[in-house]
Design a protein around this ligand. Sequence first.
Ligand code: 3HC
Ligand code: NAI
Length: 702
Amino acid sequence: MTTSPASVRTRRHDDILLVTIDNPPVNALGVDVRRGLASAIEAAEADPAVKAIVLAGAGRNFLGGADIREFGKPPQAPALPDVCDRIEACAKPVVAAIHGAALGGGLEVALGAHYRVALGTARLGLPEVLLGLLPGAGGTQRTPRLIGAAAALDLMLGGRHVGAAEAAALGLVDRLAEGEDAAAAGLAYARELVDAGAAPRRTREAAALSDRAAAQAAIDAARAETGKKARGLFSPMKIVDAVQGALDSSFDDGLALERKLFLECLDSPQRAGLVHAFFSEREAAKAPETRSARPRPIAGVGIVGGGTMGAGIAVAVLDAGLPVVMIERDEEALARGRANVEKVYAGLVAKGRMQPQAMDAVMALWRGSTAYDALSGVDLVIEAVFEDMAVKQDVFKELDRVCKPGAVLATNTSYLDIDRIAAATGRPQDVIGLHFFSPANIMKLLEIVVPARVAADVVATAFELAKKLGKTAVRAGVCDGFIGNRVLAVYGAAAQAMMEDGASPYQIDKAVRGFGYPMGPFQVSDLAGGDIGWATRKRRAATRDPKARYVQIPDRLCERGWFGQKTGRGYYLYPDGARVGTPDPEVEAIIDAERLRAGVAPKHFTDDEIVRRYLAAMINEGANVVHQKIALRPLDVDVTFVHGYGFPRYRGGPMHYADTVGLPKILDDIREFAKEDPLFWQPSPLLVDLVARGANFASLNT
Ligand code: 3HC
Ligand code: NAI
């Protein structure tokens, strides 16, 4: 056995050399691995006793792709494209034996090999687009030659993973193997190849682009689709350009084009934002309690309330294969709760995305009751009843009475003080906030809200549950609105102030969309229902600072019953159930009247100023939330807004974005806006401190 760098091991099995890549946690292709691979191939080629080579990964994956931590650092030879070329050029057959992830550069290495075998656990994909990149180690050239332009573009533009069977159907792998030992499967395949005298078979020579007209049609369709869909994203069109290069050029010229386009993507701020988002969501899941405490086991979940949230949460839990006991006030409400859950699955069945039998199997995990005693066996309860402290405290008294010792008692409250909810029980150490977002079965964010007296293992349990449900978890402290809704209230107020000061809701929405949001704040309000915000404003009326500016326009709309899409009109008109609204002259008249009443002389806003104000309000309150330790780090604020509030992922999150603009510039803006409304625009002490020290938010993320 020889060892080059420790991350690549080689071992002879008769006349076949097994090359094992062992670079935990995911076998990323860092410089040591690249060197090890290149020298293993060199050595094998030079050794007459070796007739074939097998590449396999140690641990749970084949290769997780290029080492993302190396991006932005000075490149170190050999470059990954050269390693793939070296493998492909090898005069002896090279087999890639794939289990677990073969993603990005990992799949590109496999495409550099001459033959591919996959186990059932294999997940193959070219997810570079999700990091603002394109496959840069020959992937844009080899993939279309191997599986055709349409399938290659689909993989590269969507970034999805395919399983072993689909990979075989696409032609990405040559054969499937049973069992869990990829190396053994690779060695068996290589044995057959050697015995049959098989020669290397190079992907660069594959002929799936030979139907030029079909390939061009696929490229044209992808270009048109990308133009429509890739809102503001840089790399998707570069992927299309690279595939055009694959069709038009020699392999080597295509590779040169790919390299050029890859470097352009690598340099783009979008790549930096997307990589920040990738690492931040993993970092956010590592709250201190997840290191210090072991999660409690969760085998069954209770849900109190079967309305919008309770039903959505039930679906999320059922989707994870966990049984649910739902509690409602009476039989009628319980039947509605069940129907709310069934509606989600029936929708999937109707769209052909779920088999009717699978729906029956999932619904068999659902049980309902109007008696709290039905919760006596569950390990965790999530309360999702009306947003009312007295109602919630009553529910928690009942939970305290019926739940077994050690059961986790969670509330889905949006704003209320969880310490007070916990105090209604004799076991505050078991009470925590699990703040899901609507629709709870779809939205990725889960704010885990940590009250003062909760036990560390309950926090760890919440993070474990998030993982099971496929949610992106963020740890938040208790305050009115936690991280997300608290910051939302502030930039929402900034949007309303701009509306009263002269910008129309339509202009504000357009400007915010121009920044990269899928929808503007007034569209979101119409979608969610204006009544939700109205209820919150009424609840807060008693505690509102009487000196603080309060824009009444939303109340004027709500008083008319204009709650948005569900009532056919809100800020926009939705005639005949339309889902896309049109501007409403009557709303504009109401706004004019309110400006008059408030004595505001409307001024002109540019879209740029709208975005600057909106973002400055968000960033400043984000800084307050970090300063007051409601969020552990700026990256937790970023994850919250990317996953829960539509902040464009390619900008990394508001705090990352602030760093890219420069904190002094953000502070200057705030001080400028403060000339009009000093009470609202108070610079966060943290922002002031960072600017004084010449530091940025990123410095607080480590
Ligand atoms: N480079 C560096 N670190 C990586 C990495 C990579 N490509 N992929 C994952 N990691 C790290 C994570 O940051 C995490 O680190 P931490 O423990 O310090 O937080 C650790 O590996 C484990 O990651 P996950 O928690 O995500 O592990 P899972 O087992 O859930 O998932 C995975 C494994 C499917 C491989 C997933 O990590 C993943 O999707 N990784 C990214 C894959 C990818 O995008 N590859 C393409 C890279 S770009 C490229 O290849 C360019 C090329 O074309 C030139
Ligand atoms: P909803 O009004 O749709 O549902 C509430 C349900 O609770 C109703 O079905 C009602 O019958 C039931 N209920 C009320 N009192 C009960 C009791 N004592 N015992 C059993 N069931 C009872 O409300 P929604 O929107 O689902 O909100 C629920 C909670 O989730 C609130 O705390 C809300 O703030 C929070 N939330 C709401 C979000 C949203 O977008 N709707 C987002 C995140 C959190």
